[in-house]
Design a protein around this ligand. Structure first.
Ligand code: BES
Ligand code: MN
Ligand code: ZN
Length: 489
């Protein structure tokens, strides 16, 4: 598993800077005076730093590292200069760190952050961007090394950085799961990786097919019928809050590969459907993050793990299946499988845990990519207060999220001639009809948010926080929602 680079915090000690190998980075306030480390570096480099500031400070982009290679007077292979105001926001500070993470390439890094108030956010940025999925490369990508941050109050900054770096580890866990090919990350392997999180203090149960059958999860089971990999539901409980406080429930779509089933997808781009477990991946990453930082909240994460394959045993278009709730569903298109998985897990989550709120995440529709592109996840909710709390958390963390409507007219598109509901509502408003399908399985008065992450879970070009591929979108926003709204103290 890819782990974030190890980061330590030490006191400012300018006498050693000249001899440090690897890279040295310095944070400079574009309007402010040079701090002691900057003055030292400027002297060592015979004024190169001051000249760079003179030339670049005014027009400097916030998340840009100016690299001076093999600086005179220093043993380092590079001096990275990032401009960041003393009054920078958390996100700006994180982006400054990102710029450094991007150029580090496995070298040891000494980061001189002086008295910057957001030094822990800079450290988080370095960690988040410094990710590579190289498990299947014969030669390792350029990762490794370590990061030392020189700050005026190392203990304080280390204390602030600890929970932030726990979240980075959660993000990396999600990215690894989402990047993993489907022949490696089978339903069984996925369940095993979740079960392994018991060592972190999570309670993890794996429900097998016979148990799902007994529970009546006919919709979920219909999706995995054509696959040799057994369908599973994994329940992860973190009990960090008051003993009898109802938990927040997170539910994730975990389709380890989506061929479309008998409604087979076209060949071009089908390989991308290894990421169709992205919702489950985010739920897993959040559970890991809150366990690592020992959040004082009760949270339960539930994921439905299935593989959608065509075969002689696979569900056909036109088949009618019965959900755990009891509603019958006409399967018009076997490629609209995510909602079939989620409806049963949503039902189970509510029946068993009576949660205080319910959030599901899924790479549910291509339509959300047409609507919002790769910048924002689609957000649907029956509860504006709950929804706004999430939107605020997402904005705070720099993760794009945009609310879209629900409505009876959309739900009506799902009326079936022969069953209670059908699983597709045609092309118009495809993401909304999918959300309305799920809405039907949300109990009266249950605050609920549905996040359609098809456009943001994995992308073809670098994002602010991640190299191309899996992003881990949502782990930070949900962690923030939990930290701000669910933790006792
Ligand atoms: N997993 C896909 C949605 C998807 C598409 C995720 C592109 C990521 C990138 C989902 O199961 C699906 O196939 N949805 C269909 C629904 C349709 C058949 C109603 C879609 O969006 O085309
Ligand atoms: Mn599908
Ligand atoms: Zn799918």
């Amino acid at each position: 598993m890819a782990k974030p680079v190890s980061i330590t915090f030490t006191e400012v000690e300018t006498s050693t800077i000249a001899d440090v190998e690897g890279r040295v980075a310095i944070i400079v306030d574009p309007e402010g005076r040079l701090d002691v480390a900057a003055r030292r570096i400027n002297r060592l480099t015979k004024g190169a730093l001051a000249r760079l500031i003179e030339a670049k400070a005014e027009k400097a982009a916030p998340a840009e590292a100016h690299v001076i290679a093999y600086p005179v007077g220093m043993a380092a292979e590079a001096l990275d200069v990032v401009f960041l105001s003393r009054r920078a926001s958390a996100i700006e500070a994180r982006k400054a760190g990102v710029a450094l993470g991007r150029v580090r390439s496995g070298a040891d890094l000494l980061l001189c952050a002086g008295g910057h108030r957001k030094a822990h956010e800079i450290a988080l940025g370095v960690a988040l961007r410094d990710y590579a999925f190289d498990d299947h490369m014969s030669e390792d990508a350029k990762t490794g090394g370590s990061v030392r941050v020189m700050v005026s109050k190392p203990e304080d900054v280390a204390g602030d950085a600890e929970p932030a770096l726990a979240v980075a580890e959660g993000v990396f866990f999600t990215r690894d799961l989402v990047n993993e090919p489907a022949n490696v990350l089978t339903t069984t392997e996925f369940a095993k990786r979740l079960k392994d999180m018991e060592t972190l203090g999570l309670e993890v149960e794996v429900l097998e097919e016979n148990q799902l059958q007994e529970l009546g999860m006919g919709a979920l089971l219909s999706v995995g019928e054509g696959s040799d990999s057994p369908s599973k539901v994994v329940v992860m409980q973190w009990k960090g809050g008051d003993k009898d406080a109802a938990p927040l429930a997170l539910v994730g779509k975990g389709v380890v590969f989506d061929t479309g089933g008998i409604s087979l997808k076209p060949a071009v781009g089908m390989e991308d459907m290894t990421m169709d477990m992205g919702g489950a991946g985010v739920v897993a990453g959040v559970m890991r993050a809150i366990a690592l930082r020992k959040a004082k909240a009760n949270v339960v994460g539930l994921v439905g793990l299935v593989e959608n394959m065509p075969s002689g045993r696979a569900t056909r278009p036109g088949d009618v299946v019965t959900s755990m709730k009891g509603d019958t569903i006409e399967v018009i298109n076997t490629d609209a499988e995510g909602r079939l998985v989620l409806c049963d897990v949503l039902q189970y989550a509510q029946d068993r845990f009576a949660p205080s709120g319910l959030i599901d995440l899924a790479t549910l529709t291509g339509a959300v990519i047409i609507g919002l592109g790769h910048e924002n996840a689609g957000v649907f909710s029956n509860d504006t207060k709950f929804c706004n709390a999430f939107l605020k958390a997402a904005e705070h963390e720099g993760e794009g999220a945009w609310r879209l409507p629900l409505g009876k007219a959309y739900a009506d598109q799902l009326k079936s001639r022969i069953a209670d509901v059908k699983n597709t509502g045609g092309r118009p408003g495809g993401s909304i009809t999918a959300a309305e399908f799920l809405h039907r399985f949300v109990g009266e008065g249950m605050p609920w948010i549905h996040l359609d992450i098809a456009g943001v879970a994995s992308v073809k070009s670098d994002t602010v926080y991640a190299p191309k591929g899996a992003t881990g979108w949502g782990v930070m926003a949900l962690n923030r929602l939990i930290a701000d709204g669910y933790e006792s103290e």
